[in-house]
Design a protein around this ligand. Structure first.
Ligand code: PNS
Length: 158
């Protein structure tokens, strides 16, 4: 059976933590689909096109990683792609409460789909996209928090 996991998220931007998580998930699944959520209500720093481009660059040459956008429910996206697993990372206890609620509700809606959580590695625990965006907005250098394949200045015009 083909084991496909969907890694849904905003990825605004993709961080070193996200990248490491996908690389650690690859031995566990046949395919990982990174699904960038289109959320009209959430204003983003990077456009969806930029995020798709950045992520595709990071996983260029990795045939088992697919990068795509999605709208609507994550579980419906999983069903359309025959994915039985949702992949999410856990950094802290605060993450856990949010992820637990989402995982349980997704499971209620789609009991055939399991959420698989991987603990982020210790060095990536403090890294999150919200803080990375804040550093960028305030003119700081956030390059150490995003994968080396992403050159932020290509997207920020500075
Ligand atoms: O990176 P994020 O912002 O924490 O990702 C959140 C995301 C995209 C996984 C979540 O908002 C989501 O699944 N959105 C799709 C709509 C949906 O399925 N909502 C119900 C989840 S219980």
């Amino acid at each position: 059976m083909n084991k496909t996991a969907v890694f849904p998220g905003s990825f605004d931007p993709l961080t070193v933590g996200h990248e490491a998580l996908v690389r650690r998930a690859l031995p566990l699944f046949d395919k990982v689909i990174i699904a960038v959520g289109e959320n009209a209500e959430k204003s983003s720093l990077f456009s969806i096109e930029m995020r798709l481009k950045m992520i595709s660059k990071v996983f260029e040459g990795e045939e088992r990683v697919e990068v795509t956008r999605f709208s609507g429910l994550t579980v419906e996206f999983c069903r359309r792609h025959n994915a039985r697993y949702i992949l999410r990372g856990l950094r802290t206890a605060a993450d856990f409460e949010y992820e637990r609620a989402m995982g349980h509700m997704n499971w209620k809606m789609a009991p055939e789909i399991d959420t698989v959580f991987l603990l982020t590695s210790t060095e990536h625990t403090p890294v999150n996209s919200t803080i990375v965006r804040d550093i960028i907005k305030n003119g700081g250098d956030a390059s150490m928090f995003v994968p080396s394949a992403i050159n932020l200045s290509d997207y920020l015009g500075r």
